[in-house]
Write a protein that binds this ligand. Structure first.
Ligand code: ZN
Length: 129
């Protein structure tokens, strides 16, 4: 499964970032998946769930954002947002356009929980008793 190897890559990056931030728990992961990236969001979520147990992303929210398909026209030099199945310039109908955006697959953002959070919570609970 294509999506599983993508998720393994993402997880490896998250683990590396977690070490830098001295955290063992990611809170939120934001991916940008373009409509032309060839990635199916549903499969991506399923693959991510397979990798969750006992990992840094066990309780993380997976936030998948999409982005518009944008082409650059070599004839009129304009960038235009176009439908996924119609990559032609809407101004001059040139079909030999260059894809500017739409095939992205990016790890945009990771939020981590600090490691000492559970201790603080325990401390507060004890303080209330
Ligand atoms: Zn054009």
């Amino acid at each position: 499964m294509h999506e599983l190897s993508i998720c393994q890559n993402v997880l490896a990056q998250v683990e590396q970032m977690a070490k830098c931030h001295q955290s063992s728990c990611a809170k939120r992961i934001v991916l940008r998946v373009g409509p032309l990236s060839g990635v199916v969001e549903e499969l991506l979520r399923r693959a991510f769930d397979l990798l969750r147990p006992d990992s840094v992303v066990e309780n993380a929210v997976l936030d998948i954002q999409t982005c518009p398909v944008v082409v650059l026209c070599p004839s009129c030099d304009k960038e235009s947002q176009v439908p996924v199945n119609k990559l032609i310039c809407p101004h001059c109908l040139q079909w030999q356009t260059t894809l500017v955006s739409g095939d992205e697959l990016l790890l945009l953002q990771i939020e981590f929980l600090p490691n000492n959070l559970p201790e603080n919570v325990n401390y507060l609970e004890k303080a209330h008793v």
